[in-house]
Write a protein that binds this ligand. Structure first.
Ligand code: DOR
Length: 422
């Protein structure tokens, strides 16, 4: 019985603009039929009544931590976490130890993922050797090896001339540069967003301008070089405004926002829980609203988690010593359903676009759509199921979440990768 029949689901396909109740028949690793009613003889049947059937979700910003930081996450645990969260593909960032800055490292990740991975894994390669910001990595070779993008994520490329050269090279292979926009001088040793809350709490602040000056620089460089630029984890209203303006001008820029940046403001830091410590930091309520507006009007193309798992020892310390980052794979869908879908910020079609089709198109990954003959990567979500976030039950090794104990809407009921239920 290799056939799988998904019955009566609300099928959402952003590529064909389909939002209709129908059945999907999977045979092996392909979708072979999509029709109003398909008989279920000799099939394993999934009852998807009142559920959303999305193309498999793609998270284009994930830290799998392997090699080097296996106590925080491994390719095995990270991809298990992805499957639990509804993601059929994850794109891993190169800030491992050693850094993914050469084809041998890419091969290592590829082989490990094939052997131990629960979902598909694509690799972002480093822009500079060791992500040190000093010398370009062998970008051409890595593009040939399947790097879907280049980034020194976790750090900015401080040198503008190096970033310009990186963009010139990347555009030769039409591979995007993902920019971690941060001016390190402006960030200083800040711990949270600089503003009223940081003053009230007596914490050193990170100004919104630390992000914005780099967004401005990189848009100018993308405009100049013609490179495709993707802004990672956008968090401020003015950054969103700059991307909106640049897009209107025809600059090839896209952007992503994380679930924590559309769900929480810096007020969540009240109480000093290190679970709220993340980079870029949680911003003001006005910024959260601007991010939501950007997601709604398409200025922000993608929802990506910036899944940054950390060990207990990295987080169970005073705020100033704690690591930056949130373990995000297993709460992303519920946060999107609760804070975007239910309040009508996004339609189901828009949610599927931001979490599946758009990342596929930006990174040129085959996926993000549901059609006969297409890959059987499918995510089924019950939007009306209430969940209580319990980090102790995460598949991820990283239990670092500020959402623990929160009641949310939306549960991933099935993650299907290559025709197999995970
Ligand atoms: O909070 C963060 N954690 N932001 C980043 O940019 C990097 C990430 C990490 O690798 O832990």
């Amino acid at each position: 019985m290799s056939k799988l029949l998904i019955k009566n689901g609300r099928v959402i396909d952003p590529l064909s603009n389909t939002d209709r109740v129908m059945d999907i028949l999977v045979d092996g690793n392909r979708i072979i039929k999509m029709e109003a009613s398909i008989p279920g003889n000799d099939c394993e049947v999934i009852d998807a009544r009142d559920k959303l059937v999305f193309p498999g979700l793609i998270d284009m910003h994930v830290h799998l931590r392997e090699p080097g930081y296996e106590h925080k996450e491994t390719i095995e645990s990270g991809t298990r976490s992805a499957a639990a969260g509804g993601f059929t593909t994850v794109v891993c960032m190169p800030n491992t130890n050693p850094v993914i800055d050469n084809p041998a490292m890419m091969e290592y990740i590829k082989l490990k993922a094939e052997k131990e991975g629960h979902v598909r894994v694509k690799v972002v390669a480093a822009i500079t050797k060791g992500s040190k910001g000093e010398e370009l990595s062998p970008m051409g070779e890595m593009a040939g090896y399947g790097a879907v993008a280049f980034s020194d994520d976790g750090k900015p490329v401080t040198s503008s001339i190096l970033m310009k050269r990186a963009m010139e090279y990347a555009s030769m292979w039409d591979v995007p540069i993902i920019s971690h926009c941060e001016d390190l001088d402006l960030r200083g040793d800040g711990l949270m967003n600089e503003g009223e809350m940081s003053t009230i709490l007596g914490m050193r602040g990170i100004p919104s301008a630390a992000e914005e000056v780099m967004v401005a620089r990189d848009i100018a460089l993308a405009r100049y070089t013609g490179c495709r630029l993707h802004i990672a984890h956008i968090s401020t209203g003015y950054s969103v405004e700059m991307v909106r303006h640049a897009k209107a001008e025809g600059v090839q820029v896209t952007a992503e926002a994380t679930p924590h940046h559309f769900s929480l403001s810096d007020r969540a830091v009240d109480g000093y829980s290190s679970m709220t410590k993340v980079n870029p930091p949680l911003r003001t309520e006005a910024d959260v609203e601007a991010v939501k507006k950007g997601l709604a009007d398409g200025t922000i193309d993608v929802i990506a988690t910036d899944h940054a798992p950390h060990h207990r020892d990295d987080k169970e310390v005073e705020y100033s010593l704690a690591a930056f980052g949130i373990s995000g794979l297993e709460t992303a869908v519920s946060l999107a359903v609760t804070n975007l879908l239910k309040p009508g910020v996004l339609t189901p079609l828009q949610m599927a676009e931001r979490m599946s089709l758009a990342p596929a198109q930006i990174l040129k990954i085959d996926g993000g759509y549901l059609k006969e003959g297409g890959p059987a990567d499918i995510t089924i979500i019950d939007p009306d199921c209430e969940v209580v976030v319990d980090a102790e039950k995460f598949a991820s090794k990283g239990r670092n979440t500020p959402f623990g104990g929160m009641k949310l809407w939306g549960k991933v009921t099935h993650t299907i990768v290559d025709g197999k239920i995970k």
